[in-house]
Write a protein that binds this ligand. Structure first.
Ligand SMILES: [Zn+2]
Length: 264
């Protein structure tokens, strides 16, 4: 028998307890009738018009998103606003929306752990006991240049790929991962004994100062690409625990869609 929206939320809250989300975060059920049946679920990184259209095309009853649709204070969901348009489209299509964000980052079956697993890291541990990030050991030591290629070949492709700081010949044994915006995690990766850290959204000055201080090499991929590996994980867990069909979004929601080095 199909679960209800409330039943799906209960399973998600067990996997990703809302109390473990950051104080500033907004997680949980965004819209949808708790008693409505859920036969199918689409898992996405971003709730944007393209993934809402994907959900409607697939005819799913619910979206599980990593990024919140309504993170900042909202005084209107008029359809003339960006988020309000999405709210209206979801309600009209009868699609519920649930968000698991920073609570999914820190969880055992969460975003960082899914990223680390995809890269084959072993002996995983968080940067700090609160569950932030993950540090692990590569199956075999790799030159930084080879690791960058491994990351690019393993993560879902984006227009601009993967870039890194550091000596290409440096041997990396221990890799830290911080899915999404991980600038704040650079000192923690150093403290955790990592040779390199994979993250995204690192500002120029952060990267420069970190490298100058002798910190671990920084490997930067698209924010979306570092979080996407969680989608098959949560989709698989929901399908295993509930009588639902689950789908992983195939829409690439990385906003950076063009890249050139001027040489091609
Ligand atoms: Zn993110």
């Amino acid at each position: 028998m199909s679960p209800t929206v409330a039943g799906v939320v209960a399973v998600l809250d067990e996997l990703y307890p809302p109390a473990t989300a950051a104080a500033w975060d907004k997680v949980g059920l965004v819209l949808g009738e708790p008693a409505a049946p859920v036969r199918s679920i689409l898992c996405v990184v971003d709730v944007v018009p393209e993934t809402v259209a994907e959900a409607a095309d697939r005819g799913v009853d619910m979206i599980v998103s990593h990024h919140p649709l309504l993170l900042r204070g909202v005084s209107s969901v008029a359809p003339t606003t960006y988020a309000g348009r999405i709210v209206h489209d979801l309600i009209r299509a009868g699609i519920a929306l649930h968000v698991a964000h920073t609570n999914a980052d820190v969880a055992v079956d969460g975003v960082n752990e899914a990223l680390a697993d995809l890269l084959g890291l072993g002996f995983l541990r968080p940067f700090r006991p609160d569950g932030l990030g993950r540090v692990g050991t590569l199956p075999a030591p790799l030159r930084l240049a080879d690791l960058v290629r491994h990351v690019a070949a393993t993560l879902p492709a984006t227009a601009w790929g993967v870039r890194a700081t550091g000596d290409p010949e440096q041997i990396v044994t221990t890799l830290a991962v911080a899915s999404g915006s991980g600038s704040d995690c650079l000192p923690m990766a150093a403290g955790a004994g990592a040779d390199a850290i994979l993250t995204s959204d690192v500002k120029h000055h952060y990267a420069s100062e970190h490298v100058a201080a002798g910190g671990p090499a920084v490997i930067e991929a698209a924010h979306w690409a570092t979080e996407w590996p969680w989608l098959p994980r949560v989709a698989g867990l929901l399908a295993a625990k509930l009588d639902v069909e689950t789908f992983v979004s195939t829409v690439r929601t990385d906003p950076w869609t063009l890249h050139s080095t001027g040489a091609e």
